[in-house]
Design a protein around this ligand. Structure first.
Ligand code: NAD
Length: 265
């Protein structure tokens, strides 16, 4: 049976760890060529080697880019098109969270600016250059490619409900990702370019575990999780695969929640 991303190519940011790494492995297993983009080149290269080992039939390459820098994001998209001939899936997933409580009274301006630059501006650049690349995709009915492309932006459950352990800049940046994605989805719908956000719940990845850095803090968070456990990065990757593939061909502008029920409490 052909993979759900057969003949497609994908660019994933933050692909050196967590959600990005699991998505690269899964997308490749489903037949996509993948460009693994990360500010940490060594991590991206390690991840690309793993993808190549597990899915030898597809192309996997690493690329260093800081998503907060427009020229670097453009270069990454150009590289994907140069390697694979087209870009079908853009997963704007890289993100950062300051590993300390940040509220309206104590957040430093430099933390606010850095968080916005990576989590929000980085997603804007990714959308901008992916849209330009996807517009150039030829229609290819023979290969069953029905859409110009799928763009997935990683937001967070905090964009919907906030966090009692405050991360002001992070929460604001993720809320803005949802709003920006909805607007871009409307603007580009007639071009066959779909844009959706994915909203992960709390996960067992370095990003959150660096913040919840004691057993006590983790236990306190676990009490509030309906399923009584943190999510795994692969569980988010499976949601991203659905949004990336033609299985979600009539979905655009959604906030796709993969959060173990947290935001429904
Ligand atoms: P992670 O820390 O495991 O991986 C993040 C990756 O992004 C790292 O490889 C890092 O090097 C890369 N990165 C950081 N800044 C970058 C930059 N400027 N340019 C390019 N790459 C950069 O984190 P994760 O948990 O996999 O998080 C992925 C996304 O999911 C983030 O957007 C995060 O905000 C979001 N998210 C995570 C959780 C969670 O609980 N972990 C919950 C909701 C949303």
């Amino acid at each position: 049976m052909p993979g759900r991303l057969q003949h497609k190519s994908a660019l994933i940011t933050g692909a050196g760890s967590g959600i990005g790494l699991e998505s690269a492995l899964l997308f490749a297993a489903e037949g996509a060529h993948v460009l693994l983009v990360d500010v940490n080149l060594a991590a991206a290269e390690r991840a690309a080697r793993l993808v190549a080992e597990r899915s030898p039939g597809v192309q996997a390459a690493a690329f260093k880019a800081d998503v907060s820098k427009e020229a670097e994001v453009k270069a990454a998209v150009d590289q994907a098109v140069a390697l694979f001939g087209r870009l079908d899936v853009m997963f704007n997933n890289a993100g950062i969270m300051h590993p300390a409580d940040d509220n309206a009274l104590n957040t430093e301006e430099r933390i606010w600016d850095l968080t916005m630059a990576v989590n929000l501006k980085g997603v804007w650049w990714g959308c901008k250059y992916a849209i330009l690349a996807m517009r150039a995709n030829p229609t290819d009915a023979a290969r069953g490619l029905h859409t110009g492309g799928s763009i997935i932006n990683t937001a967070s459950f905090v964009a919907i409900m906030g966090a009692a352990t405050p991360q002001l800049a992070y929460t604001a940046s993720k809320g803005a990702v949802l709003a920006m994605t909805r607007e871009l989805a409307m603007v580009h719908a007639r071009e066959g370019i779909r844009l959706n956000s994915i909203c992960p719940g709390p996960l067992k990845t370095p990003l959150l575990m660096d913040f919840l850095n004691t057993e006590e803090k983790r236990e306190r968070r676990l009490v509030h999780l309906p399923m009584g456990r943190f999510g795994e990065a692969i569980e988010i990757a499976k949601g991203a695969l659905f949004l990336a593939s033609d299985d979600s061909s009539y979905m655009t502008g959604t906030d796709f929640k993969v959060d173990g029920g947290l935001t429904s409490c």
